[in-house]
Write a protein that binds this ligand. Structure first.
Ligand code: PEP
Ligand code: MN
Length: 338
């Protein structure tokens, strides 16, 4: 349920609403940044009637939220969430471009990749330091050393850093170095991790689980927001289907569906979405054309030598070509690329 206050409601009237929610054993979540003052009522609201709030002084209306996700729902907050990452926005009108290697491999590799993607127009550097590999015998990432290299690349280029956090224990160390914490597909329903990220103080990029429905994905986002962190962006990275010609099936449908169901920014990952280098640009273009707020693309200075996901990584030259195309599409739908 959510309670919308009248434009000129007083502080005392607002406080009375919050107090009433608490007295019913429920949790009030004021939704900030909206034109109207809205308080979401979270908890088991089954026995509470909207009329109980609607009759209170200063209240414009009280309505039940029809979806199981509440705080991330557009019903509760109409305006798009814009995540301000140290002056660089994720969400809103501008298209956000994140790029870099699948894994941080060495000082030279990450610096070379960072300089290249910055030159082509990316504003975020991606790169995994903790890698969730399908096989325990494959490269697992440089861990804290990788985080330090990402921070060095940020220092040298001004790019913001997005990198994966795989466990609750690693949240403090990853938060220390990264600007945005990525939750990988394999961890989308790791509820202990999601709850921990609710109090980490950093924006979160929540990737879609391999077989997660849109509803399950939004419920996962709700876990983070309900714990107090509203700075969550969603990343469509392809789902598992019967198709074997591609690594995954990028669910382009998810983009407009999410944009109508939630106010959170939506990012498309064409690299994991299709898994085939030569087709990555087509899917990146499709994502932007479908209304995504940005893309996250794997770029490696020498893809053939990559320790992970080389087959889907673009060369710097290919990424530059993609950026030229993305600018044309963004212009066609009247969205700027900073
Ligand atoms: C990645 O971004 O390199 C990654 C492991 O992605 P996903 O969790 O989507 O598989
Ligand atoms: Mn990867």
């Amino acid at each position: 349920m959510f309670v919308t206050l009248k434009p000129h409601a007083t502080e005392a009237e607002f406080a009375a609403v919050v107090e009433k929610i608490r007295s019913l054993g429920l949790t009030p979540h004021p939704i900030t940044g909206t034109e109207r003052r809205v308080v979401a009522v979270v908890g088991n609201t089954g026995s509470v009637e909207p009329e109980d709030f609607a009759a209170m002084p200063g209240v414009a209306e009280a309505l039940r939220v029809s979806q199981p996700f509440k705080l991330v729902s557009r019903e509760v907050r109409e305006e798009d969430t814009v995540i301000d990452v140290g002056g660089v926005p994720i969400g809103g009108r501008a298209i956000c471009v994140m790029a870099g290697p699948c894994s941080v491999e060495s000082r030279e590799q990450i610096l070379e990749a960072a300089v290249a993607v910055k030159k082509a127009g990316a504003t975020f550097l991606r790169g995994g330091a903790y890698k969730p590999r399908t096989s325990p015998y494959e490269f697992q990432g440089l861990r804290e050393e990788g985080l330090k290299l990402l921070a060095l690349a940020r220092e040298q280029t001004g790019l913001k850093v997005v990198t994966e956090v795989m466990s609750t224990e690693a949240v403090p160390v990853v938060s220390e170095y990264a600007d945005v914490l990525q939750v990988g597909a394999r961890n989308m329903q790791n509820y202990a991790l999601l709850e921990r990220l609710g109090t980490c103080g950093k924006p979160v990029l929540l990737k879609r689980g391999l077989s997660a429905t849109i509803k399950e994905w939004l419920m996962a986002a709700e876990y983070i927001v309900a714990k107090g962190n509203p700075r969550v962006a969603l990343c469509e990275r392809g789902i598992r289907t019967f198709e074997t010609m591609t690594r995954n099936t990028l669910d382009i449908n998810a983009v407009p569906v999410l944009k109508s169901l939630t106010h959170l920014p939506v990012i498309v990952d064409p690299s994991h979405g299709i898994g085939i280098r030569k087709h990555v640009p087509a899917i990146a273009r499709a994502g932007i054309a479908a209304g995504a707020d940005g893309i996250i693309v794997e770029v490696h200075p020498r893809p053939e030598k990559a320790l992970s996901d080389g087959a889907q990584s673009l060369t710097p030259a290919e990424f530059e070509g993609l950026m030229r195309q993305v600018r044309v599409i963004a212009a066609a739908i009247e969205r700027p690329i900073p």
